[in-house]
Design a protein. Structure first.
Length: 417
C-alpha cells in the first residue's frame, strides 16, 4: 500500500511538472486548465510545497500578459480556473470575464429596444473601459451598435431645441452624450450647442446663478473645451463684483444696493468662490439689518429681509417679528369688510405690530385710521340694536383707539335701554 501510494504521488508530481513545462513553453487555455487541476490534485493528495509553489508561480506568470483581443478567451478560462489552482490573478485582468459577460448580455438584447436599454449599454462599455478589456469582436459590435443609435438619439434631442431650451433638454442630452462618448461616437454637435449656450448665458444676466451653473455643468458633461478657463474667468469677474456690491451696500440704506449684494453673494456661492470671501460678504449683509430703524427705514429693512434668503443670511429676531406682524396687518387690510370679525382681525394685527415694536409707518397709521373708521361705523349701526350689541361695538371702538370722550353718546344710549 505504501509503495502504491508513493507511485501514485510520483505520477501526480510528474503530471504537475509536465503541465508546468507546457505552460512555460506555450500557454494555452487547455494547458492552463490542466495545470490548475494538476495543482489541485497535488495539493490534496500528494502535497509537495516546493513543487506546488513553483507550479502556481508558472500559472500566475502566464497571466501577466500583455494580451491582445484574440487572447481574451484564454484569459477568461485562466481566470476562471485560477481559484482551482489557488493562484493569484493580476488586478489588470481580474474583471475581464465580467466585462465580457456584460457585453454579451447587452448584445443579446432586442435591437428594437435599444433606446430603452441605453443605460445597460453604457454600463457595459464603461466597464470595458474601466477594466481595460481589449476590443474583441463583441466589444466592437456593441460599440458600433451603440454608436449608430446614440448618434441618431443625439440628433433627435438637439432637434427639440426649438420647442424647449437647451437647459430644459439637459438631463436627456447628457444621458445621450455620455452613451455616445462611451461608444466613441462624434458628439461635436452637442459640444457646439453647449458652448454657444454658455457664451450666451455668460453675456446675459449674471444674477441667474441657476442658469450659469447649469450651463457650465452641461458644457462639462458634453466635453466643451476650455470650460475650466471660462469658469475661472467668470469667478474672477464675480469676485470683483462681490467686493464692489459689498462696499456699495455697507451703510447705504439703499434697496437697490442690498439686492445687488444679495444676488452677488448667491452667484458667488453657487459658482464656487472662496468661502472666506462669501462669508465676509454675508457678514456685511447681516450688519445692514442691525440698528435703530425708524419708519423711513422700513422699505429698506423689508427689502433686506426679503433678499436675505438669496444671500443665505439669517434675519435678526426683531426684524423677523416685524415682517410677521406686517404680513398679518396686510392680510387683515386686504380682507377687510364692515363686519365685526374683519374689524377684530385688523385690531389684533395692529396690536401685534405694536407688540413687536414696528415703527409707525404710514401703512401702520393708515391701518389705525381704518380701524377707527370701521369702529365708528359699527357704533352708529349698533345704536339701533340691543344694548349688548352696542356694548360690543363700544368695546371694539376702544380697542381701535377711539377716545372715551368720543363714545359718550353711545354710552348714554346704552343707559337708556
Amino acid at each position: 500500500l505504501s509503495r502504491g501510494r508513493a507511485e501514485y504521488n510520483a505520477g501526480l508530481h510528474s503530471r504537475l511538472a509536465s503541465a508546468k513545462r507546457a505552460i512555460v513553453s506555450s500557454p494555452t487555455a487547455a494547458g492552463m486548465e490542466e495545470l490548475a487541476h494538476a495543482i489541485a490534485l497535488t495539493h490534496k493528495l500528494a502535497h509537495n510545497a516546493d513543487l506546488l509553489e513553483s507550479a502556481r508561480q508558472a500559472y500566475a506568470q502566464a497571466l501577466v500578459g500583455p494580451f491582445l483581443a484574440s487572447d481574451v478567451p484564454f484569459v477568461k478560462l485562466a481566470v476562471e480556473f485560477a481559484s482551482v489552482a489557488r493562484a493569484k490573478v493580476p488586478d489588470t485582468i481580474m474583471n475581464w470575464p465580467s466585462a465580457e459577460s456584460a457585453v454579451e448580455s447587452a448584445l443579446a438584447l432586442p435591437v428594437e429596444e435599444d433606446a430603452r436599454n441605453s443605460q445597460t449599454f453604457q454600463q457595459a462599455l464603461l466597464l470595458v473601459a474601466q477594466v481595460g478589456l481589449p476590443d474583441t469582436l463583441q466589444v466592437t459590435a456593441l460599440r458600433s451598435r451603440v454608436r449608430s443609435g446614440s448618434t441618431a438619439s443625439l440628433d433627435e434631442v438637439l432637434a427639440k431645441e426649438g420647442s424647449m431650451t437647451l437647459l430644459e433638454l439637459m438631463p436627456e442630452l447628457v444621458v445621450v452624450v455620455e452613451l455616445a462618448k462611451a461608444a466613441g461616437a462624434n458628439t461635436s454637435t452637442a459640444q457646439t450647442a453647449a458652448s454657444s449656450l454658455l457664451t450666451q448665458i455668460l453675456a446675459g444676466d449674471r444674477n441667474d446663478a441657476s442658469a450659469l451653473v447649469q450651463a457650465f455643468d452641461l458644457a462639462s458633461a458634453v466635453g466643451v473645451s476650455q470650460v475650466a478657463e471660462r469658469r475661472a474667468a467668470l469667478q474672477s469677474d464675480l469676485q470683483k463684483r462681490l467686493v464692489g456690491t459689498r462696499s456699495a451696500a455697507a451703510g447705504s440704506g439703499s434697496v437697490a444696493a442690498i439686492e445687488a449684494l444679495a444676488r452677488s453673494i448667491q452667484v458667488a456661492h453657487k459658482l464656487g468662490l472662496p468661502i472666506a470671501e462669501v462669508e465676509s460678504a454675508r457678514a456685511t449683509y447681516a450688519e445692514q439689518m442691525q440698528g435703530n430703524f425708524s419708519a423711513s427705514d422700513m422699505v429698506f429693512v423689508e427689502s433686506a429681509a426679503d433678499f436675505a434668503s438669496l444671500a443665505r443670511v439669517p434675519v435678526p429676531g426683531t426684524v423677523s417679528a416685524w415682517m410677521v406682524a406686517l404680513d398679518s396687518l396686510r392680510g387683515a387690510l386686504n380682507s377687510q369688510s364692515e363686519d365685526a370679525g374683519s374689524l377684530n382681525a385688523l385690531i389684533q394685527a395692529i396690536a401685534a405690530c405694536d407688540a413687536a415694536g414696528v415703527p409707525a409707518t404710514a401703512e401702520l397709521e393708515g391701518a389705525r385710521a381704518t380701524a377707527k373708521a370701521l369702529a365708528t361705523a359699527g357704533m352708529a349701526q349698533a345704536t339701533a340694536e340691543s344694548g349688548s350689541v352696542l356694548a360690543l361695538a363700544m368695546d371694539a371702538a376702544v380697542m381701535a383707539g377711539i377716545k372715551e370722550a368720543d363714545i359718550l353718546s353711545g354710552q348714554a344710549v346704552l343707559r337708556s335701554q
